[in-house]
Design a protein around this ligand. Sequence first.
Ligand SMILES: [Zn+2]
Length: 176
Amino acid sequence: MNKLTPTMKPLLINNLEFSVSEQVVSGDVELTALQRLKELLVLQVEHQQPVNIQYTLAGSAKKYSLPSLHLTIDANLPAVCQRCLNEMNVQLKLSFDYLISGAEPVGFDENDDLDWLEASREMDVWGVVEDELLIAFPIAPVHSSEHQQECIQHIKQSGEKPNPFAVLKDFAKKSS
Ligand SMILES: [Zn+2]
C-alpha cells in the first residue's frame, strides 16, 4: 500500500519560522491522508459519503508574547445519528491558537483557550488538523435541533427504538 500521490504527502512546516514570518497556508485535506479519522468514520457510516475538510493556518509573530499559529478548520464529516440511526453530517467549525515554543511556556495554563505546540522543523500540519478533528468529533452524534423533526419521525416510522450498539456491532462485522 505504498501508492502515495503528491497531494497525499504530508504537509510539513518549520512552525517557528512559519509563525515569525507570518506565513499562511490553506487548503483541503483528503480523507485518505488522515488514516485515524478515516477509521473512525468507517465505523460510523457504511457507505462512503463526500467528506470535506478545509483548513487555514496563519502564523503570527506578535499577537502573543511568543510566536503563534492560528488554525481554523471547517469540516463536513459523515456520521450515523445515534437517535434515529440515519446518516447525517457532522459539521465542525473549529478555531485554535497555539503558542510555538521549545518548551512549555512559563505560567502556561492548559485550561486557557490558548494551546501550545513544541517548536519543530517538521510539524505535520495535517496531523494537527486530524488530532483536533478526532477530539472534536462527537462520541454519539445526533441530528441537531433544526433536523429534530425529521429525526423523531424516523424513530416513529421504524417503530421500536433501535439499539445503537447493536447497529455499530453490525457495521464492525461488515467491514471486517
Ligand atoms: Zn436522527
